[in-house]
Design a protein around this ligand. Structure first.
Ligand SMILES: *[C@@H]1O[C@H](CO)[C@@H](O)[C@H](O)[C@H]1NC(C)=O
Ligand SMILES: *[C@@H]1O[C@H](CO)[C@@H](O)[C@H](O)[C@H]1NC(C)=O
Ligand SMILES: *[C@@H]1O[C@H](CO)[C@@H](O)[C@H](O)[C@H]1NC(C)=O
Length: 248
């Protein structure tokens, strides 16, 4: 009884974990600057290897051309723009879905600033989310990066997006599996609707199996309890029997 019950509980925990992982609304996909999904217009160059440690994927794309732009189309609900920062006054421009461009500060304010923005200078902070937009309507969105009129350059290091809607089922309460932003999650290659359906079904399955596991475990506990009481009774009876047998 003991062995099968333990195995069942383990199996249940495992299946539940899988269910949570598949239905996790936080699954994200990160796109490096060199990814073909980003369309570059105008002249962009790749940052030198010397700047690699400040970047995602070894380099960032940089332009000094006023009219240059980078466009990224994605289907999802959230988007995060990554860039390093520099020890001088510099900003880039981003616009979502044809809206007005927003100036994103790429200045490393933890340092004393150099007087001039230098497109060849090394960043001074490692790449991080410098702008994001969440709670978007699920659907296709367009992110456009461009150079502000008074700025010396613009950059693209990486863009992360959330490709699916939150299922909102059991996933926020239970979280032994946390998704980490990593290159090209496999879920992004599935149609989101299918991924959500699979996730929901397996979460539900996990919950049902968890309930079965709990019931089985309680039954096992009751059984053990009964056995212990019986054994205890027996052990109490033994000396009495002995006494009786000595006497007789
Ligand atoms: C991105 O979306 C815009 C607007 O829907 C469209 O005009 C453009 O062709 C798309 N770009 C790519 C590369 O699919
Ligand atoms: C930094 O750049 C911004 C945007 O172009 C500008 O408004 C601001 O005055 C500049 N700050 C300094 C200290 O030069
Ligand atoms: C996203 O932007 C909001 C407000 O603009 C900010 O409070 C939040 O910290 C940002 N998230 C990340 C991951 O940078």
């Amino acid at each position: 009884m003991l062995f099968p019950s333990r195995v069942r509980n383990l199996a249940v925990a495992f299946l539940l974990a899988i269910g949570v992982a598949q239905a996790d609304p936080e699954l994200r996909t990160i796109i490096d600057d060199s990814n073909d999904a980003i369309r570059y217009a105008g002249t962009w160059k790749t940052s030198p290897p010397a700047h690699a440690s400040f970047t995602y994927g070894g380099n960032y794309a940089l332009t000094t051309e006023r009219s240059a732009s980078a466009t990224f189309n994605f289907t999802g609900v959230a988007v995060y723009f990554y860039a390093p920062r520099w020890p001088f006054n510099v900003s880039t421009q981003v616009a979502l879905d044809g809206g007005p461009p927003v100036l994103v500060d790429l200045t490393d304010h933890s340092r004393s600033l150099l007087p001039n923005a230098d497109p060849n200078a090394s960043p001074s902070t490692i790449t991080q989310v410098v702008w994001n937009m969440t709670d978007l309507n699920y659907g296709e969105h367009v992110l456009r990066v461009s150079v502000e009129r008074d700025q010396a350059f613009s950059v693209v290091d990486a863009i992360m997006y959330t490709p699916q809607q939150s299922t909102g089922v059991y996933t926020s309460a239970i979280s032994f599996v946390t998704a980490t932003p990593g290159p090209e999650t496999s879920s992004s290659k599935q149609p989101p609707a299918l991924a959500i359906a699979l996730g929901t079904v397996s979460s539900f399955l996990g919950l049902v199996l968890l309930l079965i596991g709990i019931l089985a475990y309680r039954r096992y506990r009751r059984h053990q309890e009964a056995k212990r009481v019986a054994e205890w009774g027996e052990s109490r009876q033994v000396p009495n029997n002995e006494v009786v047998s000595v006497r007789s």
